[in-house]
Design a protein around this ligand. Sequence first.
Ligand code: PLP
Length: 362
Amino acid sequence: MIYLDNNATTKVDEKVLEEMLPYLKNEYANASSMYEFARKSSNAIKNARIQVQDFLGAKDEKEIIFTSCGSESANMAIKGVVNCNKEKRHLITTTIEHPCVLNVYKELEKQGYEVDYIGVNADGELQVDELKEKLRKDTAIVSVMWANNETGVINPVEEIADMIKTRSPETKFFVDGVQAGGKILIDVKNTQIDMVGISGHKLHAPKGIGALYVKNGTRITPLINGGHQERGLRAGTENVPYIVGLGKACELASDALDFELKEVKRLRDKLEQGILKNVFNARLNSNSLHRVPNTTNIGFQYVEGELILLHLSDLGICASSGSACTSGSLDPSHVLLSIGLPHEIAHGSLRLSLCEDNTPEE
Ligand code: PLP
């Protein structure tokens, strides 16, 4: 098998699994319990929180909240800010966000909020000037993804954060960092970004664990009420093995970042150029210079994406025609339509996403 769908999910790293196993076996104590047996679990969470803090460049470990996934992180950030700022009725996001952001905005729109969706150019790059124009004093929150899951295009989120805080300092800024984590450097320390979401299964931790960075001083309400876990912001007995797995995966991803930026990019470029050169009517769906190193998205005229995927599958190659969340539906990708691609090209597109495990032979 040749696995080229790492933006959908990744293989759990052996070292991550090894680190998790004791907490799935003998170290099963509830991390909140008082006795000595629980100490190892609570220390393991503390250690993982510091690993995630370092990975994101946060100043304080208290700024890290463990969640169940990237979708929960986004929901918590957006709904959490909106609930704390009921008087602010305007929201901004982009047309290319993942459904875990877009559908929260759609829901809020139904509740009477006014939403501006900012578009992208023909290479999938955000129209930052348009965002600047739409920003208002009563904008409660702006959400912009760090990197797009389909095209890999990186948005200038640090710059956008500065712009937001200059023009409307009270507006909060959430960045969906799910596809950026492990592929480019995330360092929130010297930025004005308020919140960043990440997801374990995109960086070789298991599915079912994520985290949300919430800058000190940013007020949000919890999505899940209950016990005091995660400083009362996310109730539920801590999932110690998965938290430990996410921490380790973050540490490994930081160590592997240079390799990702050089070697994975080199393989991606080779694959991309090989396809463009050899396949008639293949074209890159984004020529942006600002793309994560592992992703390419290629359109093929006159061919259905699903058909390409089935043929590739017969050859043992795993790829995708859009985001995993929209596969199974026959609608073309909302991201590729936002770029301005006609339906037939958007339909005939292929996303290939690599990781450090892919080889030149593949
Ligand atoms: N955000 C982006 C950009 C994604 O690509 C994904 C998953 O594909 C998510 C959020 C959702 O993450 P999770 O699957 O952990 O809920």
